[in-house]
Structure formats: structure tokens, C-alpha cells
Design a protein around this ligand. Structure first.
Ligand SMILES: NC(=O)c1ccc[n+]([C@@H]2O[C@H](COP(=O)([O-])OP(=O)(O)OC[C@H]3O[C@@H](n4cnc5c(N)ncnc54)[C@H](OP(=O)(O)O)[C@@H]3O)[C@@H](O)[C@H]2O)c1
Length: 353
């Protein structure tokens, strides 16, 4: 039997003298489908950073709705971005927190040993390469698990609220306890709004603890039929028609639609958002989301809110890497509390790497 000597990782840098291995554990997918049917744990080569990238030892990665779309390949329109016939990125996952273990070139602004969080392609793995400008320093008051939960969800919440919510306004967040909603409540409160959060009964205390002055249990009360009027509604659920939801607005109020189920297999949640984009051309009371990824300045703005104690990531469930399919399926259920996180090593729950 022929044996092969281990091939050293081409990057020589390492943290605290620990050599970078040539292979690692990663979740991979070769086709689209339900998480249980397509996600597998495999040994794959540790990636090598190129063109100003850095290599990160992943301590924690989180899961958001976009990861589910990239794994299922639905709505079908999303395949234009994630791969027409099969996933472009074999390793899923985008939100990451970890320690830089190698840098390509000296101009990245990052150094081996830096503790960072942000975006990448392939976070569900022990190591991942990321562009240095997609990463920011991890706030010292966050664990790696918490930092991994920030990326896409907090940035989207910030982009949906910034410039639209002003101090003293009455703001309602429908779908207040999920990955995006839990940030939206905190960011709107940090902007000085009087926030109402809508969730099921089991999450009302959590929503209050995030900074909501008022809460509504959607199983008991329909906010669109109540007497209260709002200056701004962020709708993460879209369980009412756009016109019905706008009835809960003040005369100058604005509805920001961010989800919906009317688009079928082709457009999915984007169906309502596309309708909102059309309606927004005819009334200033309807706004369409303009979420852009990735934006480093947004991550820095959120890190500042975190360091000021105004925003704290809400961790829902934690899973091990090999439980990724279970973790993604939990998101698919539509009732996740906060953000679900994969913990990759013992440092995930600590504030220092
Ligand atoms: N997360 C992101 O990064 C991101 C980015 C861009 C756009 N979006 C869009 O925003 C939507 C929300 O994202 P998310 O990450 O917050 O989703 P999520 O983590 O799956 O949370 C969904 C939330 O909706 C609540 N909910 C379910 N049915 C409801 C109802 N009838 N009325 C009120 N609340 C209800 C659930 O609360 P209960 O458990 O209490 O029912 C749960 O907290 C997504 O579907 C996606 O289309 C998300």
C-alpha cells in the first residue's frame, strides 16, 4: 500500500505556533435540496488565501434565511446568484467569527492573531478564506458565538431602518423575535423610537427584553385591526396584504416590507417584496427594501452599537458543525428565536481566541 506524506498547507503563517493543517472538516453540498438530504460532513482541503484574502480559523458560524435559500436552491430566481444547476460554493455558510491564521500579502490591514467577524463564502468549515474588507475586529464584549450571529441579519436590519426611523416615532416590527427582527427591535430602540414587537406568546418576554416598549401576541391580536397607528412598520412576516397592513400607519407613516410568501416556487419570499417595490412607485407610504451585501461600514456601525451596549446578539440554539442540517432545518420552520449558531471549537463561547 502506498502512503503519502502529509502535504503541508502552502501558507506558512500560523497562530501561536500552531501549524495550519492541509485538510479540515467541512459541511459540503453537491446539489440543491432539503438540508437533511444534501448536507454532509467531509474532509476537504484547507483553502489558501489569494488576492488580499485572509485565512480564518472558524470558532463559530451562524445561519440566516439566505443560507437556507442557497442550500435549497429556492426560490428558483435565487439560482442566478448561487448557481444555476448546483451550488457555486460547495461549502455553505456566510456569517463567521474567528481568528486570522494567515494573510495573503501585507496590505490587508489584518494580522495573524486578529479576532474578527463578518462575511465569507464557506463558513460551515473549520477554516475559511475571506476578503479582508468583509471583516471587522470582534468587539471585546462579545463571544465568538455572538459575533458570528451579527453579519447579514444585523446589517440587513440596519439598512432597513437607518434614515427611516427617527427619535420619538412609533415603530412596529412584525416578526420581532427572529434573526432579523431581534436586531430590528434593538436598533429601532437605539435610534430613539418607541417600539412595538409582534411575536407569539412564548417570545413576548424576549422581545420586551430587547427594548420593545409594547408587545403584541399575534395569536391573540391582529395589529392591523387595532386602534394604534404607527409611523413606521417593518414587516418581516407579510401575513396580511400590503394595503391591509398600511391601514395601521399614521397618515405620513411608511410600511417597509421585507418578506412574504406570495411568489411561489420561482419568487418565494421575494413575491411580496417585488409587489412592494411596484406599489412604492405610487405611494410614499410603501417602501421596498434595498438591502445590499456586504458593506463593511454597516458592520462597523453595528460593532459600535454593540460596544455601546445598545445592541446584543440574541443567540437562539447552538449546534455542532456535524449538526448543520438540523440547524438549517430549524430556520426553515419559520419560528426560530434569535440566531442559530454552529460552534466549531472550545473558543466559540469565549470572548478571546
Ligand atoms: N435574516 C436575514 O439576514 C434576512 C436578510 C434579509 C431579509 N430577510 C427576510 O426577513 C424575514 C425574517 O427574517 P428572520 O431572520 O427574522 O427570520 P426567522 O429567524 O426565521 O424568524 C421568523 C420570525 O417570524 C415570527 N413569526 C412567524 N409567524 C409570525 C406571525 N404570523 N406574526 C408575527 N411573527 C411571526 C417568528 O416568531 P414566533 O416564533 O414567535 O412565531 C420568528 O421569530 C425572512 O423571512 C427574510 O425573507 C432576512
Amino acid at each position: 500500500m502506498t502512503t503519502h506524506a502529509p502535504v503541508p498547507h502552502p501558507t506558512t503563517a500560523s497562530t501561536a505556533g500552531t501549524a495550519i493543517p492541509s485538510s479540515m472538516k467541512a459541511i459540503v453540498q453537491d446539489r440543491y435540496g432539503s438540508p437533511e438530504s444534501v448536507l454532509k460532513l467531509e474532509d476537504v482541503a484547507v483553502p489558501v488565501p489569494h488576492d488580499g484574502e485572509v485565512l480564518i480559523r472558524v470558532h463559530a458560524a451562524s445561519i440566516h434565511v439566505g443560507d437556507l435559500v442557497a442550500i435549497e436552491g429556492e426560490p428558483l430566481i435565487a439560482r442566478a446568484a448561487v448557481g444555476l444547476r448546483k451550488p457555486k460554493n460547495r461549502v455553505p455558510g456566510t456569517d463567521v467569527a474567528g481568528t486570522v491564521v494567515a494573510v495573503d500579502g501585507g496590505s490587508t490591514g489584518l494580522q495573524v492573531g486578529d479576532e474578527v467577524f463578518g462575511w465569507c463564502a464557506g463558513a460551515f468549515a473549520e477554516y475559511v478564506c475571506a476578503r479582508a474588507d468583509h471583516l471587522v475586529p470582534k468587539p471585546s464584549n462579545l463571544t465568538f458565538e455572538q459575533a458570528a450571529a451579527v453579519g447579514v441579519s444585523a446589517s440587513a436590519a440596519l439598512q432597513l431602518l437607518r434614515g427611516r426611523v427617527r427619535p420619538g416615532q412609533k415603530v412596529l416590527v412584525n416578526g420581532a423575535s427572529g434573526g432579523l427582527g431581534s436586531y430590528a427591535i434593538q436598533i429601532a430602540a437605539a435610534f430613539g423610537a418607541e417600539v412595538t414587537g409582534v411575536s407569539s406568546a412564548c417570545n413576548l418576554d424576549t422581545v420586551r427584553s430587547l427594548g420593545a416598549a409594547h408587545v403584541i401576541d399575534y395569536t391573540m391580536e391582529d395589529f392591523t385591526l387595532g386602534k394604534q397607528r404607527y409611523d413606521f412598520i417593518l414587516d418581516n412576516v407579510a401575513n396580511h396584504s400590503l394595503s391591509h397592513t398600511r391601514r395601521a400607519l399614521t397618515p405620513d407613516g411608511v410600511l417597509q416590507s421585507n418578506n412574504g410568501t406570495s411568489g411561489g416556487r420561482w419568487f418565494g419570499t421575494m413575491g411580496t417584496v417585488m409587489k412592494a417595490a411596484i406599489v412604492s412607485r405610487f405611494t410614499r407610504r410603501q417602501s421596498a427594501p434595498t438591502i445590499k451585501f456586504p458593506r463593511r461600514e454597516d458592520l462597523l456601525a453595528i460593532a459600535a452599537l454593540i460596544e455601546a451596549g445598545k445592541v446584543t446578539p440574541l443567540i437562539g440554539r447552538t449546534y455542532r458543525l456535524q449538526e448543520a442540517a438540523q440547524a438549517v432545518s430549524h430556520i426553515a420552520g419559520g419560528h426560530a428565536r434569535g440566531t442559530s449558531v454552529l460552534t466549531l471549537d472550545a473558543r466559540a463561547g469565549s470572548r478571546a481566541g
